[in-house]
Design a protein around this ligand. Structure first.
Ligand SMILES: O=C(O)CCC(=O)C(=O)O
Ligand SMILES: [Fe+2]
Length: 350
C-alpha cells in the first residue's frame, strides 16, 4: 500500500491563523493545541515569483523542463525524473542551492517576524536551507508520513516553515499535516520508506483527518518537529512542484551538527565554499559561526534502522527497497552502505 494519502481520501482544509499574526501567545497556543499554524500571504508573492524564475531557469538549463515552454510553468521532462539520493538530482539541486536569493528567502524580515512570534525570542534560522523539486508521475517518491525530528534532531522545539515557490494546488502535491499528532510528546517509530527522508511512521499508528490546502505563493505552514506530516502526491500530468522548507529555533537551544551543513552534502560533497562562489556579497555567509551555538552530534539511529530494514526487505524481493539500494549502490559504491547495498544486490541477483 502506498504510504501517502490515497487520491480519494478526504483531506480537509487547514485553519487559517492570520487573525493571530501579531499575537505570539495565541500562535503558540494554536501550535500546542493543533500542532500547526497556517498563515496566508505572509511572504511577498513578487519575491517568491522572482525566486521561482531563477530556480526554473536553472532547471531548464539542467534539462529538467521541456524546451520551448515557459520556465515559469514548470513543465517537467518526464525522462529527467530523479529525486533526493540520486546524483542527477543533487547535480542540479546544488546549482539552485548556490543562489543567494534562495538563502535570503529563509531570512526575509516578514518570515523572521513571524518566527519571532512563534518562538517568543531570538530566532536562529538553520543554516541548512531546503528546497524540494518534485517531479510529476513519480508518486512512489512522495514524501511519506513522518516527524521531522528524526531528520533534523537537535531541539524538539524546532519549527519547519513550508511554503510553495509559486502556487501549489492540491493536485501538485503540497504538504499535509495530521493535527494533534504531536501531542504524543515523543518520537514515533519510523520505518524504511521511499520519498524524502526515507523514513515513515505506520499509518495504522495514526488517527484523524489530514489537512492541506490549495497553497498560493506566500502562504506558510508552520509546525513543530513532532507533528506528523506528508506530502500529497503530485498527480499533475507534467508540472514540477517547487517548495521551501526551512527550519527555525530559539538561538539558545541545541542544534544538531549536520544542520550547519548544506542539504544533501553527504551525496555530492557540496560545500559552503562552493555555495558562496557566485554571491554578490558576504551577507549570510557563515552567519551562524559567531553566535555561540550549542552544537550537538547527529544521531544515526533512525537512518541506520531504515537502512537495515531496506536490506531485509530487499532480501525478500521488495521492489521499493531494491530501488533504494540500487540508488545507493549507483551513487556511492565505496561507502559502507554502498558496499552493503552492492553485496545485497549481488546476493539477490537483480
Ligand atoms: O515538501 C516535501 O515533500 C517534504 C517537506 C517536509 O517533509 C518538511 O517540510 O518537513
Ligand atoms: Fe518533514
Amino acid at each position: 500500500m502506498e504510504k501517502t494519502a490515497a487520491k480519494n481520501n478526504k483531506v480537509e482544509e487547514l485553519r487559517v491563523s492570520n487573525d493571530a499574526l501579531e499575537d505570539g501567545d495565541e500562535l503558540r497556543r494554536r501550535l500546542a493545541e493543533e500542532g500547526y499554524v497556517f498563515l496566508k500571504g505572509v511572504m511577498e508573492r513578487d519575491k517568491l515569483m522572482a525566486l521561482r524564475r531563477q530556480i526554473m531557469e536553472l532547471l531548464m538549463q539542467g534539462g529538467w523542463l521541456v524546451e520551448g515552454t515557459d520556465p515559469m510553468d514548470g513543465i517537467a521532462r518526464i525522462d529527467a525524473q530523479c529525486t533526493e539520493g540520486d546524483t542527477a538530482y543533487s547535480d542540479v539541486y546544488h546549482q539552485i542551492y548556490a543562489l543567494q536569493d534562495f538563502h535570503r528567502s529563509g531570512h526575509w524580515s516578514e518570515v523572521l517576524r513571524v518566527m519571532e512570534q512563534v518562538i517568543g525570542g531570538e530566532v536562529l534560522p538553520h543554516p541548512q536551507k531546503i528546497a524540494r523539486l518534485w517531479f510529476p508521475q513519480y508518486t512512489a517518491h512522495t514524501t511519506p508520513m513522518h516527524q521531522d525530528f528524526v531528520h533534523f534532531q537537535g531541539s524538539i522545539e524546532t519549527y519547519t516553515l513550508w511554503g510553495s515557490v509559486g502556487d501549489c494546488p492540491i493536485e501538485l502535491g503540497g504538504l499535509a499535516v495530521l493535527p494533534g499528532s504531536h501531542k504524543i510528546g515523543q518520537v514515533r517509530e519510523h520505518h524504511f520508506s521511499l520519498g524524502a527522508g526515507g523514513l515513515a511512521v505506520d499509518e495504522e499508528d495514526l488517527a484523524g483527518t489530514w489537512l492541506s490546502t490549495n497553497y498560493e505563493a506566500g502562504d506558510a505552514l508552520i509546525f513543530p518537529s513532532l507533528t506528523v506530516h506528508q506530502a500529497l502526491p503530485n498527480y499533475t500530468e507534467d508540472r514540477l512542484r517547487v517548495s521551501l522548507d526551512n527550519r527555525y529555533q530559539a538561538r539558545d537551544r541545541p542544534i544538531a551538527q549536520h544542520m550547519l551543513q548544506p542539504h544533501l552534502q553527504g551525496i555530492s560533497g557540496f560545500t559552503w565554499e562552493q555555495c558562496y562562489t557566485g554571491w554578490e556579497d558576504e551577507e549570510l555567509q557563515y552567519y551562524w559561526k559567531d553566535l555561540g551555538l550549542e552544537v550537538v552530534p547527529m544521531s544515526t539511529q533512525w537512518g541506520d534502522k531504515g537502512f537495515a530494514e531496506a536490506l531485509d526487505l530487499a532480501r525478500g524481493g521488495d521492489e521499493r527497497a531494491l530501488l533504494q539500494l540500487r540508488r545507493i549502490a549507483r551513487r556511492d559504491s565505496e561507502s559502507e552502505r554502498g558496499q552493503r547495498a552492492v553485496q545485497l544486490l549481488d546476493e539477490v541477483n537483480v
